[in-house]
Design a binder for this molecule. Structure first.
Ligand code: BG6
Length: 512
């Protein structure tokens, strides 16, 4: 790759700063605020993307006041900022940070919240625009939204917007997701609801659309005529860390598939939207999700695999089995690995399987989409001993080491005809450089300018759950008997290899 002009955008429009507004963070005492949200706001301010008329109000049960909250956030920023802290910017931001202590179900606390929002908005000129970030356990979503309605903090008035950002998990199955959508929609319209999937904050996920639709050469071959199958991997080396309590009620399938992996499937498989307008893009994504062939109970047995890690090795150190992790039952049947074969019932993708896999405590941290192209129709060089034709493979690396690589065959130098496999590799970091982000900057900014493209619409969330509901049903009546069935630090259970082997395929080699 030629890094001649690493940062020159093609036909870039000038970027405007966010709308004037106030942001309320529910659950502001938690991890998300210190690890992601405040560092992201600091980065937005550094890049001049945050309106000068801005204020943040933290709302939680933790025993801070405004002063101690600001002090704590400054300390946390030192640990979690993705970029060097600019003290001047921090001081500017800190003056705009407030704290209200209260419980999410306490009407009186909402009165204090309302008074603080009014004070902060007046002081910093937020123009009555307001968004609520629900960084709380899902059981509070409904309560908070109802309380916001009563407190008059959810209704839009002329020229003043009100929005809500909801974190995942959005429900725990299809019925609960539908119920939650219905509950929130009693208070706010779809236009006001921003359901976050943090995968969509990743540069490389956003780049999928630019790669496919901003270039002329890929779209014509992006279909069943040229593509043999697609593999999507989201592998983590970490175990469940301190999240055993949550994970026991979720498992790998719920945690990753209806949300993050479904997003990757829809962005890979969608038709070109007619515009980059939020609904035009999301309509096309939704069509893919609705075209996913539903699993029959028999399909669940033959097209899905689940696994749970036993003890093993990570970085040369012994690590415990899932069942020995804190807050995990010693006989837990929760899966920490899931692999699925998906079929998309439309003309572009009929007969092209999408294989998905995700797991904790895998051999390597790696999220990628691999497009496996068909072989050349016949082997021209077969009599020369050159070897069989290469199956071209395009790998979009989401993380880490973000980039795109294409594998193709080339003649090896020498008098005899021999074919070798070579890689053309584009690395984001080498080419563009750029300061590291938290992944939340874009999502917060988009909410502040009212762009819902990177947020999940109600029908998309429900379609994600509809995909896995038959699997949840079958897995719950047939609890896994062979857990643990893969050692920590490996590529998952052998059944996942068999899933592809039955189709005459193998999982792609991962970087070491
Ligand atoms: C979260 C899941 O949504 O995504 C976690 O709850 C998982 O279990 C995480 O570790 C993966 O995100 P990332 O950005 O680290 O790939």
């Amino acid at each position: 790759m030629n890094p001649a002009e690493p940062n020159s955008p093609v036909d870039a429009a000038p970027v405007r700063s966010s709308d004037s507004c106030a942001m309320v963070i529910f659950g502001a005492g938690g991890d998300l605020t210190k690890r992601k949200l405040i560092p992201a706001l600091h980065n937005l301010a550094l890049d001049n993307l945050l309106s000068r008329q801005f204020a943040v109000i933290g709302f939680a049960t933790t025993g801070y006041n405004t002063e101690s909250f600001r002090d704590q956030l400054r300390q946390d920023l030192g640990n979690y900022s993705s970029r060097p802290i600019n003290e001047e910017i921090w001081e500017w931001l800190a003056r705009r940070i407030y704290y209200v202590r209260g419980s999410f179900d306490d009407a009186e606390a909402y009165e204090r919240l309302e008074a603080t929002i009014a004070e902060a908005s007046a002081e910093h000129g937020a123009h009555g625009n307001l968004f609520h970030y629900l960084a709380v356990a899902p059981r509070f979503f409904g309560t908070i939204v109802r309380r916001l309605e009563v407190a008059g903090l959810a209704k839009e008035t002329s020229g003043q917007w009100r929005r809500v950002i909801v974190e995942k998990p959005f429900g725990r199955d299809l019925d609960s997701a539908r119920a939650l959508n219905a509950e929130i929609k009693q208070v706010m319209g779809e236009r006001q609801i921003y359901r976050i999937d943090h995968y969509l904050g990743k540069e490389t996920v956003q780049n999928l659309m630019v790669f496919r639709f901003g270039n002329g050469i890929f779209e014509p071959i992006w279909n069943r005529r040229y593509i043999d199958h697609v593999q999507i991997t989201a592998a983590e080396t970490v175990g469940v860390e301190r999240r055993g309590g949550y994970y026991e009620t979720a498992g790998a399938l719920r945690d990753m598939v209806p949300n993050h992996l479904s997003q990757l499937v829809s962005l890979t498989a969608m038709e070109p939207p007619f515009s980059f307008d939020a609904n035009a893009v999301r309509d096309e994504q939704a069509k893919v999700l609705h075209a996913l062939q539903p699993y029959s109970p028999e399909d669940v047995l033959s097209k899905t695999v689940r696994g749970q890690y036993g003890e093993g090795q990570h970085d040369g150190e012994s690590v415990p089995a899932y069942r020995a992790e804190p807050r995990v039952a010693p006989d837990s049947r929760t899966e920490t690995y899931a692999a699925l074969k998906l079929t998309i019932d439309n003309w572009r993708w009929a007969g092209v399987p999408f294989y998905l896999r995700t797991g904790k405590r895998m051999a390597k941290r790696c999220t990628e989409i691999a497009i496996q192209f068909r072989r050349a129709p016949f082997s021209l060089f077969r009599r020369t001993g050159a070897g069989s034709p290469t199956q071209n493979r395009l790998v979009i690396r989401i993380q880490p080491d973000e980039g795109i690589a294409l594998t193709f065959g080339a003649k090896m130098p020498g008098t005899v005809m021999r074919q070798g496999e070579v890689h053309m590799d584009f690395s984001y970091a080498d080419h563009f450089g750029g300061p590291p982000s938290t992944g939340y900057e874009r999502l917060l900014y988009d909410c502040m300018i009212g762009d819902q493209t990177l947020f999940q619409r109600a029908d998309m969330v429900e379609a994600g759950w509809a995909l896995i509901q038959p699997i949840l049903d079958v897995w719950s009546v047939l609890p896994a008997r062979t857990f643990p069935n893969y050692a920590a630090g490996t590529w998952g259970p052998p059944e996942a290899d068999e899933l592809l082997a039955r189709d005459g395929r193998v999982w792609g080699k991962m970087p070491r």
